[in-house]
Design a protein around this ligand. Structure first.
Ligand SMILES: C[S@@+](CC[C@H](N)C(=O)[O-])C[C@H]1O[C@@H](n2cnc3c(N)ncnc32)[C@H](O)[C@@H]1O
Length: 236
């Protein structure tokens, strides 16, 4: 069972705060989220996880596809150490972690995919365009860049995420991009954008309450964009 795999990964962390965060995060995002992101990742080749945190997602995506090699990068050295420790404990060998700034990422077409899960809102707004340009250069022709982030609306979801961000890292700056602005920026940089609206925990609650129409209109905070190098990659 793939969800058993994520539970194994969570149990590989010693820190109870990290485990609680992972439970909360996975409780909100769930297996469906992992599958929705995962369907775009190539089964082989190098994949970049920028802002990988403790490695929850990179460990998962590496463990379900042994032919894939996931490279995790994060500013926070303590989180990188935890990710390495969990990888060793789980004997997951097709993953590597490095402490560093995503804005310094370099390469020339060697990566088969890259993803950024809830990191764009932590990057200073003026640095996002140069970062995306560098990423465009790192990716192989047609390779996807997946961005999942929090939309600026609705406000209550933004505040919920803001509270979570503050609890985990009180000093981190945050800027939540309106989805349309980020989409326009990706296109300017040369990505072709596919917006993938995701069902999240809140939407499920909403649907149970018969708010499908409302949720459909406001489902912007858990979105995923797929960019491929303009004119060369397949549409999704
Ligand atoms: C909300 S956490 C998300 C972690 C992970 N992607 C996940 O979904 O569990 C944001 C992460 O981005 C990292 N981060 C923020 N700015 C960064 C940057 N410029 N370069 C690399 N990592 C960064 C933070 O240290 C933090 O671990």
């Amino acid at each position: 069972m793939r969800s058993e795999q994520i539970f194994r990964i969570i149990r590989a962390y010693d820190d109870p705060v990290v485990r609680a965060y992972c439970w909360l995060r996975f409780g909100i995002l769930r297996q469906r989220f992992l599958d929705e992101i995962g369907q775009y990742l190539p089964p082989t080749g190098e994949v970049l996880d920028l802002g990988c945190g403790f490695g929850l997602f990179s460990l998962y995506y590496a463990s379900i596809a042994p032919g894939r090699f996931v490279r995790g990068l994060d500013l926070n050295g303590r989180r990188i150490a935890m990710a390495r420790h969990a990888a060793a404990r789980l004997a997951i060998a097709n993953v590597a972690y490095r402490q560093g700034d995503a804005r310094d990422v370099g390469g020339s077409g060697e990566y088969g995919a890259a993803y950024m899960l809830d990191i764009v809102h932590h990057v200073p707004a003026a640095s996002v365009e140069p970062l995306l340009r560098r990423l465009h250069g790192c990716l192989a022709p047609g390779a996807p860049l997946l961005i999942k982030d929090v939309d600026a609306r609705p406000a209550w979801k933004r505040w919920f995420t803001w509270t979570l961000d503050r609890l985990m890292d009180p000093w981190t700056p945050v800027h939540y991009w309106p989805a349309d602005e980020l989409e326009a920026l990706l296109e300017r940089v040369g990505f072709r954008v596919h917006r993938h609206l995701m069902v999240d925990f809140h939407d499920r609650v909403g649907r149970d309450r018969g708010l499908v129409g409302h949720m459909g209109a406001s489902d912007g905070d858990v979105t995923r964009r797929r960019g491929s190098r303009a004119g060369r990659g397949p549409s999704v």
